[in-house]
Write a protein that binds this ligand. Sequence first.
Ligand SMILES: *[C@@H]1O[C@H](CO)[C@@H](O)[C@H](O)[C@H]1NC(C)=O
Ligand SMILES: *[C@@H]1O[C@H](CO)[C@@H](O)[C@H](O)[C@H]1NC(C)=O
Ligand SMILES: *[C@@H]1O[C@H](CO)[C@@H](O)[C@H](O)[C@H]1NC(C)=O
Length: 456
Amino acid sequence: MLPSCWGRQLGWCGLLLWLSIGNSGAEPPTPPPKCTDFQNASLLRGTKLKVQFLLFTSKNPNCGQLVSEKSDIQQFGFNASLDTKLIIHGFRALGTKPSWIDKVIGAILRATDANVIAVDWVYGSTVAYFSAVGNVVKLGLEISSFLKKLMMLGVSESSVHIIGVSLGAHVGGMVGRFYEGRLGRITGLDPAGPEYTRASLEERLDPGDALFVEAIHTDTDHWGIRIPVGHVDYFVNGGQDQPGCPTFMYAGYSYLICDHMRAVHLYISALENSCPLMAFPCSSYKAFLDGHCVDCFNPFLLSCPKIGLLEQGGIKIKPPPKEVKVYLLTTSRAPYCVHHSLVEFHLQEPRNKDTNIEVTFLSSNVSVKITINIPRHQLQGNGVISHTSPQCQINQVKLKFQSSTRLWRKDWNIIVGKFCTAPLPVNNNDHMTCLPVPVTLQAGLVATCDLNINCV
Ligand SMILES: *[C@@H]1O[C@H](CO)[C@@H](O)[C@H](O)[C@H]1NC(C)=O
Ligand SMILES: *[C@@H]1O[C@H](CO)[C@@H](O)[C@H](O)[C@H]1NC(C)=O
Ligand SMILES: *[C@@H]1O[C@H](CO)[C@@H](O)[C@H](O)[C@H]1NC(C)=O
């Protein structure tokens, strides 16, 4: 494998030499762009790797220009002083072009001025997942030598950003390893799990592969990897199951890939929308839902990461900490953003059994509900509630003390306590709003209270 790679690099050196001689005269007129699309792999021959690099620029955002060893990429509008973003797809069951790729390219070019290169390895990624996995190292080598060619044109290592989907995320990790972690950034969109969860750091994406590595996890119980693989790992809605995705087998193909593909759609949405997909560091999804992780202090020193193109995701610490799991909730449709609120209930007196309180936020058109639990002998229970309107548009909160449904253990008690809420991140208690008087809740009955929060 290596000798052919060296041969290729030498080929490029020769080519560059030729180019620099060839370019010393007058600039030739720019030829009209010739557009090339992704290949279609036939099921019979689809396992053999055949890579195409397609360049998209803001001048020609809808036209992929095939960059071959013989082409002068700068004539195609490649600008070495801009960032270069490579998009690498994953396993293609049917050997077809990824349906989302045009959207990702368009969204990147609208969000930033960059050279976008789509890596088409449809040939090599199809038929069987395991044969696609078998091509990862070879593909990583081909991409690395392609990058070497770009670097000879003046592209800096830190200006390279690889966006890899599923198996493509580990390909990105492989490329990053060949560059010993000096590439700028790798974004893994639901990095593949099968064959990779127990793989060594050399084989899979890991924080050592670039200056900043991030992963968005949306299907950790099927196609995605469940362990953290970056500096920051977003576990969206806990990382396993996504709202709006079918949960039953008979939904067919969309059942199989809906959760997995959500990472791609979230990323596109983050590029296109100004609404923030901010996430909060926490040890587990349960601890996040229970309201134990509501600030951005540890380890980010008040800068929680956001999905999108912000440098280091918006984290201010350099170098960034590693393998930090961060959590966020979303809606079922683009733009996916929600406002997260901490809700707290403080009992006046402890009880000798668990207390469950249903909390409903109501705005003019939305109603969202969660249940918070106060363990027995304790005074306080927390939760995180997500809603599409900002907190100041939540007009009312409904509180219901859930009595035990089992008649012989029915809890007839009345509880009295204080209700408070604050939008996340709660970096200090300044933004905490509490109901002015303690509420009295009778088991099974709903109390409705007005929330008066000013919009700032
Ligand atoms: C691949 O197949 C699609 C759909 O059949 C077709 O539209 C497209 O032109 C084909 N691409 C190439 C490069 O042949
Ligand atoms: C390349 O990008 C830089 C930075 O945006 C810009 O100043 C320069 O004009 C661009 N070069 C070409 C040939 O477009
Ligand atoms: C609720 O109303 C707000 C403001 O009128 C609007 O922006 C939002 O899209 C509505 N949400 C839903 C789910 O209808």
